[in-house]
Design a protein around this ligand. Structure first.
Ligand SMILES: Cc1cc2nc3c(=O)[nH]c(=O)nc-3n(C[C@H](O)[C@H](O)[C@H](O)COP(=O)(O)OP(=O)(O)OC[C@H]3O[C@@H](n4cnc5c(N)ncnc54)[C@H](O)[C@@H]3O)c2cc1C
Length: 406
């Protein structure tokens, strides 16, 4: 069995792992860092299957990590993609109210956004909505000019490139799965990695890897699949930028929305259905261990009981194009069955507490040698560089890192 030696290992080749490794490498260029990714490419799971939206920081509870890191992370991300020419567009978005109840919530949302430091938020009427999104129908909307779209996979690959540019001894190893965690080594599918410290950014498997590191996380990761439909070429003119519904504060997801992607395609979605396989992108995918772990956890059942109606409706919609379209028609009444085709899917890592409560803020924990990103839900892709700073802060202290190699 081969052996390798590195100062720090980062487990997970998603955008959070790469941002953490990049920020560590930038601050401590002498460190030999290795990123270990089990797939044969980076950003294969959540990062490469998300909506591609640069979130502004509108929705999150003021003072939460998500609010702070989203706003700071967005600013850093926009500078980064401009500097390194990664595909993006700060095209703005509208949050569309289609009835009076939703309209009332817009001012609350605007206030929250302003508390989080967003600028130029504006509540607009049907005429201005028409100007921005000619096919959208609403009685009012919140215009959010700081939102945008980006190629998150492109960002991840650029971060990887920069790491090895700073220190050619650092490595990005794909097709390398971490199987077990020992005191100062990791057992992987390609051999043993001897390492003083590790930073775990394993997304859908964050809880399992923390257990392997002898921690007892007070949460369980449950996979929630999100399916998208694509607009057919002839219907693409119906969406110019980003159109979001007014979110229901009782649910952890933003609701199905319309997104223009950086490759010019237009996606509608994602819904949110419990999945029987953490990395299951097909509607009938199943994994016994994932299912047993989810269904033997009390929090899952509490979540099901508390939100059974929402869950049931999402499930029906997952199997019915007609019902999916009905939801989309609330914002775009002119959209027809022939305008949409089945697209891709992504699975969100949703962290649940034992009481069924959705843990919606970012969660980073430490033990003696290592750091674990236990929860990095949306907008973690937007916030990745700010999360990277947080990891550097924690690593500097607990790994006792010095500016210069001594
Ligand atoms: C449908 C959907 C839509 C979203 N939309 C947005 C959006 O528009 N904007 C936004 O900011 N955020 C969005 N998000 C959230 C965002 O994508 C995630 O918060 C972010 O990608 C998390 O990144 P990550 O690196 O933690 O996880 P991931 O991208 O899942 O990366 C984790 C990596 O760890 C690897 N791994 C796991 N176990 C091991 C192991 N044992 N050994 C080696 N490697 C391992 C996995 O293979 C994976 O590549 C969305 C998410 C989803 C699913």
């Amino acid at each position: 069995m081969k052996e390798f030696k590195y100062d720090i290992s980062v487990i997970g080749g998603g955008i959070v792992g790469l941002a953490a490794a990049y920020k560590l490498q930038k601050k401590y260029p002498y460190l030999n860092i290795v990123v270990l990714e089990k797939e044969n490419e980076l950003a294969f799971h959540q990062t490469g299957r998300n909506s591609g939206v640069i979130h502004s920081g509108l929705y999150y509870k003021p003072g939460s990590y998500r609010a702070k890191n989203c706003v700071d992370g967005r600013k850093q991300l926009v500078s980064f993609v401009k500097k390194y020419s990664v595909k993006h567009d700060i095209c703005g978005k509208i949050v569309l109210a289609t009835n009076h109840k939703e309209k009332e919530k817009l001012s609350e949302l605007k206030q929250r956004g302003e508390q989080n430091g967003l600028i130029n938020l504006e509540i607009i009427g049907p005429e201005k909505i028409q100007e921005i999104e000619p096919f959208a129908k609403g009685i009012a909307a919140l215009h959010v000019p700081e939102s945008g779209i980006v190629d998150f996979k492109g960002v991840t690959n650029k971060l990887a490139e920069l790491i090895t540019e700073i220190n050619p001894k650092s490595k990005i190893l794909t097709s390398c799965e971490v199987l077990d965690v020992n005191e100062e080594s990791l057992i992987t599918t390609i051999g043993t990695i001897n390492t003083f410290h590790s930073v775990f950014c394993a997304g859908l498997f964050s809880d399992r890897l923390s257990e392997k590191d002898k921690m007892n996380p007070d949460l369980r990761i449950i996979g929630f699949r999100g399916d998208y439909y694509d607009l057919e070429d002839h219907a693409k003119e119906k969406v110019k930028h980003l159109i979001y519904p007014v979110p229901n504060p009782e649910f952890p997801f933003l609701g199905v929305h319309f997104t223009r992607m950086t490759d010019g395609s237009i996606e509608c979605g994602p819904n949110a259905v419990f999945t029987f396989k953490r990395e299951g992108y097909g509607k009938t995918d199943f994994n016994l261990r994932d299912t047993l772990e989810a269904l033997t956890f009390s929090g899952t059942w509490r979540l099901f009981i508390n939100h059974w109606k929402f869950g049931w409706n999402e499930y029906r919609r997952a199997f019915s194009k007609r019902l999916f379209l009905k939801e989309l028609n609330k914002m775009l009444p002119d959209l027809k069955m022939s305008d949409i085709k089945v697209g891709r899917s992504g699975v969100r890592a949703m962290a649940l507490g034992k009481d069924g409560e959705v843990i919606d803020d970012f969660k980073i924990v430490k033990n003696k040698n290592n750091i674990h990103v236990l929860n990095a839900p949306s907008p973690a892709a937007t916030a990745c560089l700010s999360i990277g700073d947080e990891i550097v802060k924690q690593a500097t202290k607990s790994f006792n890192l010095k500016k210069n190699k001594c």
